[in-house]
Design a protein around this ligand. Structure first.
Ligand code: HEC
Length: 138
């Protein structure tokens, strides 16, 4: 039996869409955004002696290795633990506050984070994907 090409394309597109919609697909997309696009891991994960990200302390916060040449007001020398077992998740009351933060740049107090933390204004799907991925971490 032969299927028309358009049917095959439609079936393939449905498979891709189903993957992106599946929980595993969303987590993978969130990991991709957090690591490759928004680069959360670079600033929130300490490095080991070889300079690679220390996977045993992944997203657990660190003392930043770089500082500005000229002083920048309110510069933070450390980044917080952004895994669910860190104090921040408890203090902020969990997932919705983090999603809102990545969409607006505003913390639950209504303030912006200090530099070098970037102000992200992500769409809801991307913010939810990142926070969903962080939620899978220990
Ligand atoms: C260029 C480095 C850098 C990148 C990239 C970065 N962070 Fe941060 N982040 C920091 C620093 C430094 C702080 C501490 C600043 C503060 O507490 O005001 C911080 C603070 C935070 C806070 C607490 C904010 C507050 O005011 O308490 C959250 C939540 C956070 N980061 C999540 C993320 C997520 C999620 C990503 C990726 C989407 C990310 N960060 C990317 C450096 C970074």
């Amino acid at each position: 039996m032969r299927f028309p090409f358009s049917t095959i394309v439609l079936a393939a597109a449905t498979c891709v869409a189903a993957f992106a919609e599946s929980p595993a697909g969303k987590t993978e997309y969130g990991r991709y955004l957090a690591e490759e696009v928004a680069k959360c891991a670079v600033c929130h994960t300490p490095r080991d002696e070889k300079g690679a990200l220390d996977r045993s302390k992944y997203m657990k916060g660190k003392v930043m290795e770089a500082a500005p040449i000229e002083p920048i007001k309110d510069w933070h020398k450390t980044s917080p633990d952004i895994t669910p077992s860190g104090r921040l998740w408890t203090r902020w009351g969990g997932k919705p506050a983090l999603v809102k933060y990545l969409m607006t740049g505003l913390t639950p107090k209504g303030t912006l984070a200090g530099p070098p933390m970037p102000t992200y204004k992500l769409n809801k799907a991307d913010a939810e994907a990142i926070v969903g991925f962080l939620e899978t971490l220990k």
